[in-house]
Design a protein around this ligand. Structure first.
Ligand code: NDP
Length: 247
């Protein structure tokens, strides 16, 4: 129970990778705030699963892309809980399209959610963490932010941008014992990747040395490490969880 008495906020914590992270941090003893934007059911179900296992959790609805809403929600949550120790910036979307055909809205939506959303949450959460002089922040980036991918200039730019955000925030916040790291998943079986054609899935699989798609739990394990005491001396880093498809 390495995270007993810690309070964690997981954005997009009700589904996919976020849900696995919420369950894992709760199993380690943290009280988990499960954020969602549009779908309350999976978030409520995640809270129910945590409580059924003897843990503590609550839901929080807000849009990470809405700076004012994030500021208000995170400030209120930290005040109500008396602290905020861990932030996992997991919320993310895709709006794929080839460069020449990409609509401005598709670019803006992905940058606003995946990059500015992380900035909004990080800025709001850093205040209570700085007062506490302790915090753990993990940004979920992607192999696509490193390798690039045709049809995903918006997504790749946002995820690559997260690395600059991670390293700069890590430098700024280190003196207060706040670490900022990233996890870069490869292809993980969630709703986000469920639309891949069989042919594309087979092609991706052929490029993965460990010869399987990842599971949300594989990513949650990396997050659990980065927020653990064992990672106290690790900041500004990216942990790749991709079965070896990008080295
Ligand atoms: P899912 O599509 O399964 O879940 C996305 C989650 O993000 C949902 O909980 C959703 O909330 C939430 N969300 C979306 N927009 C917002 C918003 N504006 N404000 C708050 N929450 C929001 O995605 P995955 O679990 O697959 O992905 C999670 C993260 O991991 C993303 O950042 C993704 O880019 C990254 N990733 C995923 C990979 C994969 O292969 N699956 C690979 C590499 C990175 P709601 O339920 O309310 O809609």
């Amino acid at each position: 129970m390495g995270l007993r008495d810690r309070v964690a906020l997981v954005t997009g914590g009700g589904r996919g990778i976020g849900q696995a992270v919420s369950l894992r941090l709760a199993a380690l003893g943290a009280k988990v705030i499960v954020n969602y934007v549009a779908r309350p059911e999976p978030a409520l179900e995640t809270v129910a699963r945590i409580e059924a296992a003897g843990g503590q959790a609550r839901v929080a609805q807000f849009d990470v892309a809405d700076a004012a809403a994030v500021q208000e929600a995170v400030t209120a949550l930290a005040a109500e809980e008396g602290r905020l120790d861990i932030l996992v910036n997991n919320a993310g979307i895709t709006r794929d399209g080839l460069l020449l055909k990409m609509k401005e809205e598709a670019w803006d939506a992905v940058i606003d959610t995946n990059l500015k959303g992380a900035f909004n949450c990080l800025r709001a959460a850093a205040k209570p963490m700085m007062k506490q002089r302790w915090g753990r922040i993990v940004n979920i980036t992607s192999v696509i932010g490193f390798a690039g991918n045709a049809g995903q200039v918006n997504y790749a730019a946002a995820k690559a941008g997260l690395m600059g955000l991670t390293k700069s925030a890590a430098r700024e916040l280190a003196s207060r014992q706040i670490t900022v790291n990233a996890v870069a998943p490869g292809y993980i079986e969630t709703e986000m990747t469920s639309h891949l054609s069989e042919e594309l899935a087979a092609r991706i699989l052929a490029e993965i040395p460990l010869a399987r798609l990842g599971q949300a739990g594989d990513v949650a394990a990396a997050v659990a490490y980065l927020v653990s005491e064992g990672a106290d001396y690790v900041t500004g880093q990216c942990l790749h969880v991709n079965g070896g498809m990008y080295m």
